[in-house]
Write a protein that binds this ligand. Sequence first.
Ligand SMILES: *Cc1c(COP(=O)(O)O)cnc(C)c1O
Length: 227
Amino acid sequence: MPVRDNLERVSGAIRDACRQAGRPDDAVSLVAVTKTWDADAVRPALDAGHRLFGENRVQEARDKWPALKARYPDVRLHLIGHLQTNKTADAVALFDAIETVDRPKLAAAIAREQARQDRRVDCFVQINTGEEPQKSGVAPGEAASFVRHCRGLGLTVAGLMCIPPVDREPAPHFAFLAKLAREQGLPQLSMGMSADYAAAIEQGATHVRIGTAIFGPRKAPRAAAAG
Ligand SMILES: *Cc1c(COP(=O)(O)O)cnc(C)c1O
């Protein structure tokens, strides 16, 4: 299906999920995930009026988005993938939100770049809700102290983000993230992808990150270099 139709269908499903959860229709922002898709694939979403996008790699976003942003200046970009500290300057320059803040060294680098560039980004602290050893994110038990640390550095901590374990029922992870955010007084929750966004909205998601349901299946992933 064309991207425009997919966007309409997903937006409708988000509204339905909001109503079912007794939440306002506009309670949830759709972050359209464009990783692996080139500018030509992204443009139909822009032409349809969509403006909020997610990328998981700084270099890929740098190759793709400056030209598109020149044409659509009100675009907003969220970084949703692991951020290497040495790419922080580029990330702060290009993105409006960094959803994957997960360690003190990175938090300090973001604070430094914000001061140097006189620019602010919204930060989400990524929580490793499944405590998976191979996965990025702060352990749930360290969430409170890490959020405090980030705030102490002057970061704008907007909320929490998680990616539940692939082989598990996601709803309990979403509910757990929502509880952690409430405890920290954080208003925003980035959770839910193509397969599980309705469940995430039911648990309080304010941002859902959706790629496949809008742009179709991605081709084989690129070489594993992060960033
Ligand atoms: C790729 C990705 C998504 C989107 O996943 P889909 O299943 O294609 O909707 C969401 N969040 C993160 C962190 C991702 O890397």
